[in-house]
Design a protein around this ligand. Sequence first.
Ligand SMILES: [Zn+2]
Length: 123
Amino acid sequence: MNCPCGSALQYENCCQPYHLKLKLAPTAEALMRSRYAAFVLAEADYLSETTHVSKRKGNGKDAYLQSAKETKWVKLEIIAADFNTVEFKAFYLTQKFQTAVLHEKSNFVLENGKWYYVDGVFY
Ligand SMILES: [Zn+2]
């Protein structure tokens, strides 16, 4: 299948190696894409593990699993990315099947060679 992150690559050549911990996401953007794909696929472990430890409270595995199951994600659009921030739009369907958008600029941190999601601001 095509990777849910919208890269046009096959999932096994894109975000799956990150989800399976075979590879580390090399950039903040790669981590962001792989986290979006993890939301689509309800990979709650991955979402929890790639959240910075200072922000895991309230963002545990169960919360991620619930969030992933409740939201029907449609597509991801990366607006801008630099070393440690990614601005994106993530489109999803509301319960009334209308398309809505989450527009966020996320902050990431690189620690011991691993990228983590820290927090974000919404537009
Ligand atoms: Zn991907």
